[in-house]
Design a protein around this ligand. Structure first.
Ligand SMILES: Cc1cc2nc3c(=O)[nH]c(=O)nc-3n(C[C@H](O)[C@H](O)[C@H](O)COP(=O)(O)OP(=O)(O)OC[C@H]3O[C@@H](n4cnc5c(N)ncnc54)[C@H](O)[C@@H]3O)c2cc1C
Ligand code: FES
Length: 331
């Protein structure tokens, strides 16, 4: 197994079929990252010796400039031999539970909306994770892994994912159209740093756009059974394009305190025919509804890049400090 050596002398092993980022996280190191699929650039490092192969030559976050300067993406770099690398470790990125490569057997699929379904996989390995985290799934025949966030809670040997079908999407095409109960897939996890924190009992704001439903539901479920719940509110905003996209309320309604301590606000941004609820982009709806109260809340959000970036800009403008913002941008 190739050995990876960091500038400070730290070493870890990385299998020939693993990436430097994931091997570092499996070894308990705080290798910085977010998406794990080559899009955010947080896992960039400098290769100072040895050689690696990049899984995705077209990874969006890997620029020509990076290539010329010897920079690689940790989530894409597979070592060909021993390597010396330069990267600044961040203790915040270290795994809550060291990620494990497992097999997951599809047990059931439940339709949530016209294009979102929940897929549950029974694992042949540990099911530990912190709500808000995600796993990498490799549907058969699809090149590369895709990230999907768990919507359930750990403890039952199963990870469930609420997944939105992407038109002509390679992975979602297989998940929705080809996979049947009893089939199995590779699942690697848990990953992700936008997980539920014990945060001193601040009120929680959870904001999901489209496919961002899954991690926000998991966080709501965990928070509603957590130690500080009776003393704080959970506000859940969900944004979709049209009324038929709206979902999530039925899951929250099963939680204790729904309607008193847990509140759900759906918003539609485009087609509001027959809709009597909030309209507009979900970040604007959140800003209009909460204003300066945002400064007192712990904020979690997930969804497509445009939504996540708009949320971040709105929170920055309002003065919410980064330590109270936790999010995943879905690429
Ligand atoms: C942290 C995170 C969590 C996510 N959680 C969820 C979730 O809970 N629910 C949900 O519905 N979606 C989630 N997504 C989005 C999901 O991972 C997929 O991008 C989405 O399902 C579309 O995949 P597709 O293959 O069907 O579409 P495609 O259009 O075929 O592929 C789109 C995505 O795959 C990437 N990709 C293309 N080729 C490769 C390759 N060779 N290797 C790796 N990646 C490649 C692209 O960069 C793009 O991001 C999440 C994304 C991230 C980053
Ligand atoms: S973690 Fe590697 S590019 Fe996002």
């Amino acid at each position: 197994m190739p050995t990876i050596v960091l500038e400070d002398g730290t070493t870890f092993g990385c299998d020939h079929d693993d990436t430097i980022l994931r091997a570092a996280l499996r070894a308990g190191l705080g290798f910085p990252y977010a998406c794990n699929v080559g899009s955010c650039g947080n896992c960039r490092f400098t290769l100072e010796g040895g050689s690696v192969q990049h899984l995705r030559a077209d990874a969006p976050a890997w620029s020509d400039r990076d290539r010329h300067r010897g920079r690689r993406l940790g989530c894409q770099a597979v070592p060909l031999d021993d390597c010396r690398i330069k990267v600044r470790l961040d203790p915040e990125a270290a795994s809550t539970h060291r990620p494990v490569r497992m097999r997951g057997r599809l047990t059931n699929v439940v339709e949530i909306t016209h294009d979102i379904s929940e897929f549950c996989f029974a694992l042949d390995g540990p099911d530990d994770f912190v709500p808000g985290q995600y796993a990498l799934i490799e549907p058969p025949g699809v090149e590369g892994a895709r990230a999907y966030s768990m919507c359930n809670l750990p403890g039952g040997g199963t990870w469930c994912f609420q997944i939105k079908r992407v038109p002509d999407g390679a992975a979602t095409g297989v998940l929705f159209d080809a996979l049947a109960a009893g089939d199995d897939v590779s699942i690697d996890g848990p990953y992700g740093v936008a997980y539920l924190r014990e945060d001193g009992g601040r009120d929680l704001l959870l904001v999901a756009g489209g496919s961002g439903l899954s991690p926000m539901i998991s966080i709501a479920r965990a928070a509603a059974s957590g130690p500080s719940f009776p003393d704080r509110e959970i506000l859940f905003f969900y944004g979709g394009r049209s009324p038929r996209d709206i979902c999530g309320e039925e899951m929250l309604a099963e939680l204790p305190g729904y309607g008193e301590l847990i509140h759900y606000v759906p918003a539609v941004s485009e087609d509001s025919d027959g809709w009597s609820g909030a309209t507009g982009y979900v970040h604007d709806v959140v800003a209009g509804a909460l204003g300066a109260r945002l400064l007192e809340m712990e904020v979690y959000f997930a969804g497509p890049s445009a939504m996540a970036q708009a949320m971040q800009a709105m929170l920055n403008e309002t003065g919410v400090s980064p330590e109270h913002m936790h999010f995943d941008e879905f690429y």
